[in-house]
Design a protein around this ligand. Structure first.
Ligand SMILES: Cc1ncc(COP(=O)(O)O)c(C=O)c1O
Length: 444
């Protein structure tokens, strides 16, 4: 295979059969589409190239900077594409959550701008969110930037409608699979590939996978966040199912250890979600007893190597490291059930009477915008680090933990209780409940 340019190597990725003894489905053939084998390492190479390509020449002539709101694979692919075309690249994000990717972006010469946005996934109604403001500024473009706009750019999905989808049909001998399973980030790959597959066979069933709420699987959004993505259309999916971080890592382990497929957590999530979804369908085919077989394809988005710190943090035993003490993953349902979650009125009365330390676990921007008077801001990730070192406050100090919806605060309250804190409570419903109840908040 000979190419004149590295970008010619984007696409035409292998479709590899997963051995039946690994997945255990007896009437369904399961295939992995190895998008991790794109030249810059992920499914996003296709979208990045498709979005940037038509504008590169013009951008070079006018000295534009390529800009994208991304902390991951899209940024990586754009950094390479911009670099080889002599253009600067700037990645704008709320938080670089995967340190390996941040280092790689810097190595590739990218500029990284970390703004305290609420979510990288834009919410057009959050007019005060800095990322949304930047997005608006870029969209109103004054000619300085080539903004590829992955959350809204139809070229993101088209890259898969003209590439990923048709390649799957070709590799299956001119037929579409019965099921197509993909993780949903910007929704570009699932939307585009599903469009091509449905055009070929309207009976195909499309399963979109999202992260379980409150869990972090790098590259996937949770069910609330996907609805904020411009390209997301619920009609694309016959089912939208959630995968936890642990399930994604379990799926990834199966791929890397048993299949020789060195995919990352979303590849693992796609494998896990596919097998879980198909088990019942496999049983239906068995009951029908007519010898009919089904075919399913899932996407492996990127490679495992970038996620070693993610694995170290969540599953240290896999890297022969001792378990991290007091990490949220160790909280049992029983500990959670014993947490004292208090409603807004009770919390207000408690604050007035006993002045507990109110700890707000949200991001700094959200805190600055509005918070409970007198509260202190310790962003959840920092709070988690503090807990590893032991109790962060005196055990007799009364503490009220506050987060957006009351889920994270309950988990951390359980951990503090386990560490011997005598009076720790969690604000039920979080800041949203507080705000909705019309309780007073202040701005910094
Ligand atoms: C690792 C990983 N998996 C899955 C996805 C989802 O792809 P899409 O944005 O096409 O929905 C992404 C997107 O950024 C990703 O980085």
């Amino acid at each position: 295979m000979r190419y004149e340019h590295i970008t010619d190597a984007i696409g035409d990725t292998p479709l590899v059969r997963i051995a039946p003894e690994v997945h255990g489905l007896r009437h369904i053939d399961l295939y992995a589409k190895l998008e991790m084998l794109n030249p810059f390492g992920s499914v996003k190479d296709r979208a990045a190239w498709r979005m940037a390509r038509p504008h590169l020449e013009d951008a070079r002539r006018h000295g534009r900077t390529v800009v994208e709101l991304s902390s991951g694979n899209t940024a990586k692919a754009l950094a390479v594409i911009a670099g080889v075309h002599g253009l600067p690249f700037r990645s704008v994000t709320n938080r670089m959550k995967v340190p390996e990717i941040k280092d790689l972006l810097l190595l590739l010469g990218a500029e990284i701008e970390e703004l305290p946005g609420q979510a990288e996934c834009l919410d057009p109604t959050a007019t005060e969110d800095p990322l949304t403001r930047i997005h608006r500024m870029l969209t109103e473009d004054d000619g300085r930037y080539l903004h590829t706009d992955q959350y809204y750019n139809p070229a993101n999905a088209e890259a898969h409608a003209s590439g990923t989808g048709p390649e799957i049909i070709k590799d299956l001998g001119g037929t579409a699979p019965d099921w197509f399973v993909a993780c949903v980030g910007t929704a570009g790959s699932s939307t585009g590939a599903a469009r091509a597959l449905r055009a070929h066979d309207p009976d195909i069933r499309v399963v979109g996978l999202v992260a379980q709420k409150g869990d972090f699987v790098p590259g996937i959004r949770d069910i609330d966040e996907v609805h904020e993505v411009g390209l997301f259309d619920p009609e694309t999916y016959d089912a939208l199912e959630a995968v936890s971080a642990d399930e994604a890592i379990d799926g990834m382990l199966t791929l890397v250890r048993r299949c020789g497929i060195l995919g990352g957590p979303t590849g693992g999530a796609a494998y896990f979600g596919a097998v879980r979804h198909l088990r019942e369908r496999d049983a239906e085919l068995a009951r029908a007893g007519d010898g009919r077989r089904g075919t399913a394809v899932f996407i492996v988005c990127d490679r495992v190597e970038s996620y070693m710190s993610y694995v170290r943090q969540r599953r240290p035993e896999l890297l022969r490291r001792p378990p991290r003490p007091n990490s949220p993953a160790t909280v049992t349902p029983r500990e959670l059930a014993e947490v004292r979650s208090v409603g807004v009125e009770e919390a207000r009365a408690w604050i007035a009477a006993e002045r507990p330390l109110v700890v707000d676990l949200r991001g700094s921007f959200a805190f600055e915008a509005l918070h409970i008077e007198g509260s202190v801001n310790i962003v959840d990730e920092l709070f988690e680090e503090l807990l590893h070192g032991g109790p962060p406050f005196g055990r007799s100090q009364p503490v009220l933990l506050v987060c957006p919806v009351g889920e994270k605060s309950a988990t951390y309250a359980a951990l503090l209780a386990r560490m011997g804190h005598r009076d720790v409570r969690s604000l039920a419903g979080g800041v949203i409940a507080w705000r909705d109840a019309g309780a007073p908040m202040v701005r910094d």
